[in-house]
Design a protein around this ligand. Structure first.
Ligand SMILES: C[S@@+](CC[C@H](N)C(=O)[O-])C[C@H]1O[C@@H](n2cnc3c(N)ncnc32)[C@H](O)[C@@H]1O
Length: 273
């Protein structure tokens, strides 16, 4: 079950004035027409939302980006929706999609300004991976603060696999990703994601994985539809600097394919804290 894509291809995209050589990978892909900016694609998002069960709940989404998941959440009729996005252009675009349900604040996910215990569900996709260790911990602590006892934290992030991967290999992959995406990409192993959540009293109920296939043709079609995938391919073909970046990102993902996976995790806030 999927919501109609209401994102506008002429959105005032964040960082539109940054050159293709330096702009962060997700905004580069967005500029080329890509709307699904998370590693496991829309399918993993559908599973995440089904497991978290957002219907009739007060939902906070951290870092909604261009709002594809916001549209999916609204389609499932939450009681309320609040987005917290640091980029003002992205926040404005998502705000227009969530009218009648709530608002989108321009704020940092670690400091949302929202009241304690005001959410049944906190959702965040492809945003913890791009934070250093301290920022990850601060954002997870904020999610735990926002949740009512028994409330659910649903995340969709990039993971390293297997859990026993040597530290030097992890460092090599993180550096290769950071260089290619131009974001401080710091994926964790699934065991480390679980630990990060457990340290803030969030107990894992569900884990689902999907291949990290963001730029594979089959995934592009399933995420963006045939027309969206064609539009993206055309833009990549005609924009030389962007093409160089996209091909570099694709090569990096392919090279480390066996060590990368997308992971969706739903954890609940223990009643005992
Ligand atoms: C890779 S995009 C993912 C967007 C969206 N969640 C998705 O999956 O399509 C990362 C998003 O996180 C936002 N972001 C990154 N760090 C943030 C923070 N500390 N607080 C709020 N938003 C943040 C960025 O502005 C961007 O919209």
């Amino acid at each position: 079950m999927a919501a109609r894509d209401t994102t506008d291809s002429d959105l005032p995209l964040p960082l539109a004035n940054r050159h293709d050589d330096v702009v962060q990978g997700h905004w580069l892909l967005a500029r080329l027409g890509k709307r699904v900016l998370r590693p496991g694609g829309a399918e993993l998002t559908y599973k995440l939302l089904a497991l978290a069960d957002v219907t009739a709940c007060d939902v906070v989404e951290l870092a909604p980006g261009l709002g594809r998941t916001a549209a999916e959440i609204i389609y499932r009729r939450p009681r309320s929706y609040i987005g917290v996005e640091q980029d003002p252009d992205a926040a404005r675009a998502v705000r227009s999609m969530t009218l009648g349900y709530g608002d989108v604040r321009v704020a940092k996910a670690a400091d949302t300004g929202l009241p304690d215990a005001s959410a049944d569900i906190v959702v965040g996709e492809a945003m913890l991976t791009m934070q250093g260790d301290k920022a990850k911990a601060a954002i997870v602590a904020e999610a735990a603060r926002l949740l009512r006892p028994g409330g659910r934290y649903a995340i969709h992030e990039l993971a390293l696999t297997p859990d026993e991967l040597p530290e030097d290999v992890k460092t090599d992959i993180r550096q290769a990703l950071a260089k290619s995406i131009k974001v401080n990409a710091r994926p964790l192993t699934i065991a480390e994601w679980r630990q990060l959540l457990a340290a803030r009293g969030l107990l894992v109920d569900h884990i689902e994985t999907a291949p990290m296939a963001l730029l594979q043709p089959r995934r592009l079609i399933s995420d963006e539809g045939i027309l969206g995938a064609l539009r993206f391919a055309k833009n990549v073909l005609i924009q030389r600097d962007a093409r160089r970046r996209v091909l570099h990102m694709r090569r990096t993902f392919s090279k480390h394919r066996d060590r990368l996976t997308a992971v969706a995790i739903v954890a609940h806030k223990s009643d005992e804290r």
